[in-house]
Design a binder for this molecule. Structure first.
Ligand code: CIR
Length: 254
């Protein structure tokens, strides 16, 4: 199985990105660029080939490429982002995935769905129903993924921007989250509350390795105690825009 990941370099307008739950603080563009390069280098060092989606300099949030597509096996479901300001971002992602040979489907109006709301593990796809993703979006995703055997489950999301701002999953399926922003942890049979908010975001690099923010050292230790290897990166400039490690890439596994 090849391991490839889409990434998209930051827009020069990154500092104008949308904010919903936090106040705007100055963003250091040069530092953001360096952090992005280090993030990409970390993926590559772990054996992931990175593929750049053409930059979208006019779209401040375009670096958060995760929101533009949901991958499932050989199918790319191009999203219809919940924020109008982000709708133009999907074009570049679709073109790259088409050129790579993936089958393409679309979320269409009145549906909205952001990739950051979609958490997949072992055939189950949880989708946060919050400010960005609506029921029509979830229903359309379920229809696209049903032939592939996926079970799509809508979950309430009122306290975080995206589902994956609140929870992600470890390789063994344990869902990890920052309890303050998780509406209903009983959705998951195995839920682990982590001690730091940025610790709830992990990108699975392989069955024993996770990528996470270096802003959560206690959570890192907790994961290491569970036998995981942790790769940590600085993503402070993206965290200022409500982004995290998951939003900055889309893993392709076929
Ligand atoms: C937004 O509000 O859309 C961006 N400022 C942050 C998007 C982060 N993406 C994600 O959590 N998947």
């Amino acid at each position: 199985m090849s391991r490839r990941a889409l990434v998209r370099r930051p827009s020069p307008r990154l500092a104008d990105g949308l904010l919903t739950h936090i106040d705007r603080v100055p963003v250091d563009l040069d530092l953001a660029q360096r952090q992005w390069e280090a993030y990409v280098a970390a993926l590559q060092a772990e054996g992931w080939e990175t593929i750049e989606v053409p930059p979208a300099p006019d779209c401040p949030d375009s670096v958060f490429v995760e929101d533009t597509v949901v991958m499932y096996a050989d199918l790319a479901v191009i999203t219809r982002p919940g924020a109008d300001e982000r709708r133009a971002e999907v074009t570049g992602t679709e073109q790259v995935l088409r050129d790579l040979g993936y089958r393409i489907a679309h979320i269409e109006a009145p549906g909205t769905l952001d990739g950051g709301d979609v958490l997949k593990h072992d055939g189950t796809v949880w989708v946060g129903l919050g400010g960005r993703t609506n029921q029509a979006g979830v229903d359309q995703l379920a229809a696209h993924l049903a032939p592939l055997g996926a079970r799509v489950v809508g979950v309430p999301l009122t306290k975080a921007l995206h589902l994956k701002s609140a929870v992600t999953a470890l390789p063994d399926g344990t869902v990890v989250g920052w309890a303050d922003v998780v509406d209903d942890p009983t959705v998951w049979t195995s839920f682990l509350a982590v001690p730091e908010e940025p610790g709830s975001h992990v990108v699975l690099l392989d069955e024993a390795t996770v990528l996470m923010s270096s802003a959560a050292p206690r959570t890192r230790a907790l994961y290491e105690d569970r036998g995981l290897r942790v790769v940590a990166v600085d993503v402070t400039e993206f965290e200022k825009l409500e982004g995290c490690v998951t939003c900055l890439s889309v893993r392709l596994r076929d």
